[in-house]
Ligand binder design. Sequence first.
Ligand SMILES: Cc1cc2nc3c(=O)[nH]c(=O)nc-3n(C[C@H](O)[C@H](O)[C@H](O)COP(=O)(O)OP(=O)(O)OC[C@H]3O[C@@H](n4cnc5c(N)ncnc54)[C@H](O)[C@@H]3O)c2cc1C
Length: 263
Amino acid sequence: MEEKLWNAVRRLAPLKPRFVSVTYGAGGTTRERTHQTVKRIRDETDLKPAAHLTCVGASRAQIDEVARGYWEAGIRHIVALRGDPPQGMGKYAPYPEGYAYTSDLISGLKKIGNFEISVAAFPEKHPESQSFEEDIRVLKGKIDAGATRAITQYFFDVDLYTQFIERVRRAGITIPVVPGLIPIGNFALLKKFSAMCGATIPPWLAEEFEGLDEHPRKRDEAAIALASRQCQQLQAQGVEQFHFYTLNRADLTLAICNNIGIK
Ligand SMILES: Cc1cc2nc3c(=O)[nH]c(=O)nc-3n(C[C@H](O)[C@H](O)[C@H](O)COP(=O)(O)OP(=O)(O)OC[C@H]3O[C@@H](n4cnc5c(N)ncnc54)[C@H](O)[C@@H]3O)c2cc1C
């Protein structure tokens, strides 16, 4: 996995992304590895890393220590998240003496250093939010605490993003809300993950990808075509920044970027 990761970093670096973010395992399981990867990207490449950090499975003191470590290592960008409980652990509950929600985490981070903070946003609303209004209130709370960029959960119908942006702007939110795009590297896994995170797989997509995991080349071609089309539709609406969930599949993201003129 590590080899695959560094291969992806090397292959994608020439595209000169604005930043490269490194995810944090559910339940903090990869805390040490996230930390080391972020530091190594900073030390050994020209890329600007951003470290994901969640509230799960650690007290405030422990999270503050990780954040201080980042600040001392010269890492200035954190993607602040609440996180989800590890699989099979039921509903989310704040860790004893931990940060309860992302807005609390951001307030804590800002006491440690003036980090650049990106946060998550949900075109189809977060599955635990009762309404779109609650979701926008939560997003506003994160911005009030210091976030200056939102990255969306992946989506497949571009209209979902367009409607979400209209809602966000109507609520007076002006920060960049960067669309998150996932090139489909494994349809079975995507279905499983989407059911958990509340992202819809439209029927037309299921029809196209069902059975394609048996034919990886065909699946890759379809994945590249789909994400390229999404980017082009977004570009037509004036969107200029994209966040790719590469999952270390450099080939897919490279091909998509090529298709939209980033070489
Ligand atoms: C771009 C992106 C990157 C991600 N990276 C990771 C990662 O690296 N590691 C990982 O484990 N997960 C990651 N996730 C998943 C994320 O942790 C989950 O979606 C999580 O369930 C929500 O995180 P959040 O930061 O949006 O939570 P929050 O903004 O804290 O909100 C989540 C929900 O909690 C409730 N809530 C929030 N504030 C309050 C409050 N004050 N009072 C009562 N209820 C409240 C609301 O229902 C809200 O919808 C990522 C998601 C995205 C979109």
